[in-house]
Design a protein around this ligand. Structure first.
Ligand code: EPS
Length: 388
């Protein structure tokens, strides 16, 4: 199972083709749109989100609410396109026409300069349009399909924000996925703790007033995962490694950890590893879940707990020093429109990229052309693992 995405931030649309989904999977545009809406919200977003109301169009591979087994093509239109047609149009322009909104001043922290040198563009709009986090819209649409697939196997996903700009929610939660969803859905920063939530909002306001931006940490929890997704036998079959790659690929993400993650560096092994227990009704499980649901690149059957850190958005109202690529003169530029914190939105993106990786691992473990075929193999395996 695979996908490709295409689309620029101010181009006509974002596009994907998902190939390899089994037939007879129920998919609705409504469920995809609900997920797209979640990504658009969150305290700290800028004015662009007031322009867009992301809605998916399903163009192939789904008929009467069910996958046929053919590639699924999805599109999300950019409403802002109507303001950018002259600037972003595909048609050739003659040399007398001036290209508007050219970018010759690379923003520190963005893809602008490296991309311009690599691809030989003197107008860095050719880079920033594609490197924009607008692309995460379509990855959420893909993840929304993956989530509908996973729910057929009882696999559920929730996300939460654990830190924004140094304000942390340090509580440990044993809440169900349903409870995490209910609480975070009602929080403007997708945080479980009300006290931390208020402090995060205040920190975002303060950063905004200072023309600054804030990053943070998001956590994704996945329950209902069978034992043995991924594999120890080869580096690129390790599912935690694949998830890490997917999370790291979200715009502005700088690091990934599972379970206690980087804290494992400070404590002895006896306080890190999860002891194995067995009971008649649950089979093999672990007493704790410090390793976040993975051993040897494979799922243990315990919930997957993955965290990602997002750097503060580099488009700043507060000018940072850079150099104009034409004049080679230093400059400090301010940018007109941006989010100043997108961590709550990124937690939704994170849920969805994780959903895709797990869906793909499920397809590998229980291959099938039809959902029924896959479900039979899954149930048989679950019974077998239980009686192991
Ligand atoms: C982004 C800059 C802003 C964000 C955008 C990501 O867009 P604009 O340049 O149009 O103001 O709003 O995020 C989205 C459009 C989105 O859908 O999340 C950037 O430079 O990465």
């Amino acid at each position: 199972m695979r996908f490709l995405t295409a689309g620029e931030s101010h181009g006509p649309q974002l596009t994907t083709i998902i190939e390899g989904l089994p037939a007879h999977l129920g998919i609705t545009a409504e469920a995809i749109n609900a997920e797209l809406k979640r990504r658009q919200g969150g305290y700290g977003r800028g004015r662009r989100m007031k322009i867009e109301t992301d809605q998916v169009q399903i163009l192939s591979g789904i008929r009467h609410g069910q996958t046929t087994g053919a590639p699924v093509a999805l599109v999300v239109q950019n409403k802002d396109w109507k303001n950018w047609q002259d600037i972003m149009g595909a048609e050739p322009i003659d040399s007398s026409q001036e290209v508007k909104k050219q970018v010759t001043r690379p923003r520190p922290g963005h893809a602008d300069l490296n991309g311009a040198i690599k691809y030989g563009h003197r107008d860095m709009r050719n880079i920033l349009e594609r490197s924009s986090a607008r692309e995460t819209t379509i990855r959420v649409a893909i993840g929304a399909v993956a989530k509908q697939f996973l729910s057929q196997f009882g696999i559920e996903i929730a996300g939460r924000v654990v830190e924004i700009g140094g304000v942390k929610d340090e509580h440990e939660y044993s809440s169900s996925i349903e409870d995490i969803r209910t609480v975070t859905e009602a929080s403007p920063v997708r945080c479980m703790d009300k006290d931390a939530e208020q402090k995060m909002i205040a920190a975002i306001d303060e950063a905004k007033n200072n023309g600054d931006s804030l990053g943070g940490v998001v956590e994704v929890i996945v329950t209902g995962v069978p034992v043995g997704l991924g594999s120890h036998v080869h580096y690129d079959r390790k599912l935690d490694a694949r998830i890490a790659m997917a999370v790291q690929s979200i715009n502005a993400f700088k690091g990934v950890e599972f379970g206690i993650g980087f804290s494992a560096a400070h404590i002895p092994g006896s306080q890190v590893h999860d002891e194995i227990i067995w009971s008649e009704d649950k089979g093999f499980t672990r007493k704790t879940n410090r390793l976040g649901g993975f051993e040897g690149g494979m799922t243990t059957g315990m919930p997957i707990v993955v965290r990602g850190v997002m750097k503060p958005i580099p488009t700043l109202y507060k000018p940072l020093q850079s150099v104009d690529i034409e004049t080679k003169e230093p400059f400090s530029a301010s940018i007109e429109r941006s989010d100043n914190c997108a961590v709550p939105a990124a937690s939704v993106v994170c849920e969805n990229v994780v959903a895709w990786e797990i869906a793909q691992a499920m397809m590998e473990k229980f291959p099938g052309d039809r959902m029924e075929e896959m479900k039979e193999a899954f149930e048989k395996y679950q019974e077998w693992a239980m009686n192991f």
